[in-house]
Design a protein around this ligand. Structure first.
Ligand code: HXC
Length: 258
């Protein structure tokens, strides 16, 4: 499908989606979020794609929701349309792994979009923030929840209430990003991680992603039960037989997603 706000490329098992509104530092508008939800749905349905890398430009992953688009909207407008909510839910419903490769600004909705991905690899130039408070509003795409779960109340409150930015080093220390790499290596590192993920069985990848996400939704006892049942369920797959046989035979497994 042709997109106006995204550049989508498939190389082997990895789909790279680049946010592409350079004149607005990739600000998220209705078109972009709807196209992104569509692109991810297509990736989920395409059996050749096993992992996704979501990225922006060198200067900005995304500088937030589009302030121009939001500026003349009323409460009735955003409440009745539930601004961006349906597309955000679509993005989060993606079952294949998504890595956010963040360079430059990831602010407001941009930071929230990065946090909707499964993990974030940051360039050393990355800056994360929830500066909505400066606009007389507050985070609206998960920032008050996912940021708090990622970095704890103290840092989340600090960022949400002051609007200050976190650099890549602080974001890694705080647990918001999984690794920081030199900016020039960002895409290479993120793609290599996606290729590595793509070598696994899609069944175990999807089950593992669901189980980790469960940790944010439920109690420890329920989460542990969910994990055990998912683990046990994977014993019904051919890929489990193949994975363990390959280990014992000292060879690489040939997973078939069965
Ligand atoms: C619309 C934006 C934008 C945004 C940048 N631009 N961010 N347009 N929405 N969020 C546009 C600018 O207007 C400008 O366009 C061009 O991108 C370049 O930006 P500059 O400001 O000139 O660049 P710079 O001086 O380098 O500053 C970069 C920046 C700054 C620090 C990132 O742009 C900034 O503070 N942006 C807004 C960040 C923000 O508040 N995000 C939260 C949004 S609310 P022109 O045409 O002038 O060249 C949000 C809510 C989410 O995200 C919840 C929704 C439900």
């Amino acid at each position: 499908m042709a997109y106006t706000t995204l550049v989508v490329e498939v190389d082997g098992t990895v789909q790279t989606i680049r946010l592409n509104r350079p004149d607005a530092l990739n600000a998220l508008n209705s078109t972009l979020l709807s196209e992104l939800a569509d692109a991810l749905r297509e990736a989920d349905q395409n059996p050749k794609i096993r992992a996704i890398v979501l990225t922006g430009s060198e200067k900005a992953f995304a500088a937030g929701a589009d302030i121009k688009e939001m500026s003349d909207k009323s409460f009735a407008d955003v409440f009745s349309s539930d601004l961006f909510a349906r597309d955000a839910q679509g993005i989060c419903a993606t079952r294949k792994p998504i890595i956010a490769a963040v360079s430059g600004y990831a602010l407001g909705g941009g930071c929230e979009l990065a946090m909707m991905c499964d993990f974030i690899i940051a360039a050393d130039t990355a800056k994360f923030g929830q500066p909505e408070i400066n606009l007389g509003v507050m985070p609206g795409l998960g920032g008050s929840q996912r940021l708090t779960l990622a970095v704890g109340k103290a840092k989340a409150m600090d960022m949400v209430l002051t609007g200050r930015f976190m650099d890549a080093e602080e974001a890694e220390r705080a647990g918001l990003v999984s690794r920081v790499v030199p900016a020039k290596n960002l895409m290479q590192e993120a793609t290599a991680a996606a290729v590595k993920i793509g070598e696994k069985s899609l069944l175990s990848l999807m089950a593992a992603k669901e189980a980790v996400n469960r940790a944010f939704e439920t109690t420890l006892a329920e989460g542990l039960l969910f994990e055990r049942r998912s683990f046990q369920g994977l014993f019904a797959t051919e890929d489990k037989v193949e994975g363990m046989a390959a280990f014992l035979e000292k060879r690489q497994p040939q997973f078939r997603d069965k």
